[in-house]
Design a protein around this ligand. Structure first.
Ligand code: ADP
Ligand code: MG
Length: 385
């Protein structure tokens, strides 16, 4: 028998380079984000022109509206511009899903700025002192360091660990914060005493329309696909579908890449419109299965109960759900209260939605649960665990 990799060697592909279709790829141009990038640059230019710490900035926008890309792009531009100037500025990027507590963020910043600190074990005071110490030394031109911290997905950190990180950073001289949030009302996690020192400029990233998504996809497709390998309708369809999904560029790129992979699997040399529709099902399928497979057992049972009630065409009230859940879990069940934590989590994951309705004065308010994904898909995913 030959080597199993021989079959794959030199296999024909319609991709010349898949990298530009990856989420992490940072393109050289960001069409339709000039206005937002110009604003960030305007605020940050304080550091170039006056050697002063720029205002704090907050960027809002739904997933896939180019927030991370725009922040990283502007960082690159600023660092390039400082090269030839006599300023001492650093821009550090922190993704708050990787560093989820104030301690972790500050420790990571210290590391990046060349101060060796332990990742745990010090008191909060010790780590903050070490961090603030960095700004006391001057460079060869007599300048103190100015630091711009990009806190991406900050809503995750604030919800988990409170607003201590903002308290500390806003009260450290020479630090400017660029916060990025998917959640418009993330400021509800910030207490007034911190709000008052965060005098931030807000920049909104609106969802992309279908035409804008098409422009973005055209640029990326040119880098990724062999010439003439996309049927004319492919990009417009990916764009229209993603425009419906809240103008999400990430989703548009996923559709295009997955459609290309389907064409490769079939061994054909053009991507057809129907592959985009197949890609949509495939992406949805993977998303739902991934989520379901990582749920704890009790939560899967809650979902099983919701599925059963949905298939029976019943209205799902809290009480009805708990009864059915108990049947499904056959004695090994958790309390009524615990179920509602699960319901909240499932709602956050987008698998279900809840709706409070009022049934007249006597009966009060009732929560109705509705499944938000395909029942067949859920059934296959649940029972293939
Ligand atoms: P967000 O941070 O708002 O969720 P991202 O910045 O991660 O969104 O963008 C998602 C994907 O779409 C990335 O691959 C990014 O490169 C791409 N993208 C978003 N906006 C643009 C744009 N204006 N031009 C080119 N690519 C873009
Ligand atoms: Mg992002």
């Amino acid at each position: 028998m030959g080597n199993i990799f021989e079959d794959f060697e030199g296999k024909k592909s319609i991709f010349k380079d898949k990298q530009p279709l990856d989420h992490r790829f940072l393109p050289e141009k960001l069409p339709h984000r000039d206005e937002q990038i110009q604003l960030i640059a305007k605020y940050w230019s304080e550091v170039l022109n006056n050697n002063t710490t720029p205002s704090d900035i907050t960027i809002y926008g739904k997933t896939g509206t180019g927030k991370t890309a725009a922040a990283k792009f502007t960082r690159g531009q600023l660092l390039e511009a400082t090269d030839s100037k006599n300023v001492f500025v650093k821009v550090e990027y922190i993704r708050c899903t990787d560093y989820t507590t104030e301690y972790q963020v500050i420790a990571q910043l210290c590391q990046k700025l060349g101060r060796n600190v332990p990742h745990r074990g010090w008191t909060r005071g010790e780590i903050i002192n070490a961090f603030r110490d960095i700004f006391r030394s001057k460079n060869a031109y007599g300048h103190n360091l100015i630091l711009i911290v990009i806190l991406d997905e900050i809503d995750v950190l604030l919800e988990k660990d409170g607003d201590g990180i903002l308290y500390t950073l806003t009260r450290t001289d020479n630090v400017s914060i660029l916060s990025i949030s998917n959640n418009i009302d993330f400021k509800k996690f910030i207490k007034p005493r911190v709000m008052s020192s965060l005098r931030d400029k807000e920049i909104v990233f609106p969802p992309y329309g279908a035409d804008q998504l098409a422009d973005i996809l055209h640029e990326r497709a040119e880098m990724s696909f062999e010439e003439n390998s996309l049927d004319d309708d492919v990009i417009p369809l990916c764009s229209a579908m993603a425009a419906k999904e809240e103008g999400d560029a990430r989703y548009a790129l996923d559709l295009l890449r997955t459609a290309g992979e389907i064409a490769d699997d079939k061994g054909v040399d053009t991507v057809k419109e129907e592959y985009v529709r197949m890609a949509k099902d495939k992406i949805e399928h993977n998303k739902v299965t991934d989520i379901i497979h990582t749920l704890p057992t009790q939560q899967q049972r809650v979902l099983e109960a919701i599925l059963k009630l949905t298939q029976d065409g019943e209205e799902i009230t809290s009480g009805r759900l708990y009864e059915t859940y108990k049947e499904v879990s056959k004695g090994d069940s958790v309390t009524y209260r615990r179920i509602f934590d699960f319901v909240n989590e499932l709602e956050l994951l987008g698998i279900i939605s809840t709706n409070t309705i009022s049934r007249g004065r006597a009966k009060g308010r009732t929560n109705i649960i509705t499944l938000q994904c395909d029942t067949d898909l859920l059934e296959t995913s649940l029972y293939s665990v």
